[in-house]
Design a protein around this ligand. Structure first.
Ligand SMILES: NC(=O)CC[C@H](N)C(=O)O
Length: 304
């Protein structure tokens, strides 16, 4: 039987002293305050066991990890109608790339790049009565944790420097693929990105995708087929123009965020979250990717 506790703690102690840790995101001023030395790992096994190392219980800004959570709610609302407004192909481009969006008539390549997530945010602004409060409640419910909250300073900070996302939203609006006001949708989007969660809370939230759509409380939030599709999109698009590399190195569906978090899962087996704020050139956590590569290589647990 695999000794997950030893494996995770060895990976943590091997990597925590790496000299090259990547660079903390600075284009959102609040995020630049993060200490590059934070490093946490949390594993939630489907048999109920949990394993952790380092800063697994320190909250961080989940940023683009939230795109999977909004996607799951939009799929639950819209099912296959969603795919008329956003595609499911990897973009091969950075998360904030705009020229493909113009070339492809305002249909974003997938829901996990910024433009696609802004369309998903627009759908939730239409479907929810109180978008920010209702989405927060959804995240609290699937995580079984009522203490999760937005970091309002991070949301305000991103809004101040959010020129690229304003450009994406305006482009979507010009193609008729944004139904609500740009300001309303981006206010929601900046807040979803500013959700603050620990590695442990993120792993609990993503349990729903490893468990065929049923959350930790055994409530069905998306169908089995919808959970399959969400995992497929994470596998092919979860790491922007490094999605191929992540599949090659780690071999699990997953999602990263510029706060330095990564969550990955093996359906019916486990969810694992890492947090190390230093990013590589593609905007993914440098140490987090190495930790997950070591984890699946040492355990032989991947979808392949
Ligand atoms: N890759 C990310 O985590 C990007 C999210 C960030 N809030 C942005 O919109 O730029």
């Amino acid at each position: 039987m695999l000794d997950f506790n030893t494996i995770i703690n060895n990976i943590h102690s091997d990597l925590k002293n790496e000299v090259v840790k990547g660079v903390v995101a600075s284009y959102i001023p609040e995020l630049s305050k993060q200490d590059v030395n934070h490093f946490g790992i949390f594993m939630q096994h489907m048999d109920g066991r949990t394993f952790m190392a380092g800063d697994a219980n320190v909250p961080f800004s989940i940023q683009s990890i939230s795109k999977v959570l909004t996607l799951s709610k939009a799929i639950a609302f819209e099912d296959n109608n969603l795919w008329t407004r956003v595609d499911v192909e990897p973009s091969g481009n950075p998360f904030n790339h705009l020229s493909l969006l113009e070339l492809e008539n305002g249909i974003p390549r997938n829901p996990l790049i910024n433009a696609g997530a802004i369309v998903v945010a627009d759908i939730l602004c239409t479907q929810f009565k109180n978008p920010k409060a209702d989405f927060l409640q959804y995240v609290r419910d699937i995580s079984n944790d009522q203490s999760i909250n937005y970091n309002y300073k991070v949301a305000a900070s991103e809004k101040l420097t959010g020129y690229n996302n304003y450009a994406a939203a305006n482009l979507l609006k010009s193609f008729g693929n944004l139904h609500n006001d740009v300001e309303v949708v981006l206010d929601f989007y900046f807040h979803q990105c500013a959700l603050e969660m620990t590695c442990a809370q993120v792993a609990k939230a993503f349990y729903v995708f490893a468990n065929s759509g049923k959350c930790v409380n055994n409530k069905q939030h998306v169908t089995v087929s919808q959970a399959k599709r969400i995992n497929a999109i994470m596998l092919t698009c979860g790491f922007y123009d490094e999605s191929g590399e992540f599949a090659f190195e780690v071999g699990l569906p997953g999602k990263s965020g510029v706060g330095g978090g990564i969550v990955a899962l093996l359906p019916n087996k486990f969810v694992i979250t890492t947090w190390s704020p230093g990013l590589n050139a593609k905007g993914n956590s440098l140490i987090g990717m190495q930790a997950l590569e070591q984890f699946t290589t040492q355990t032989n647990l991947s979808i392949f």
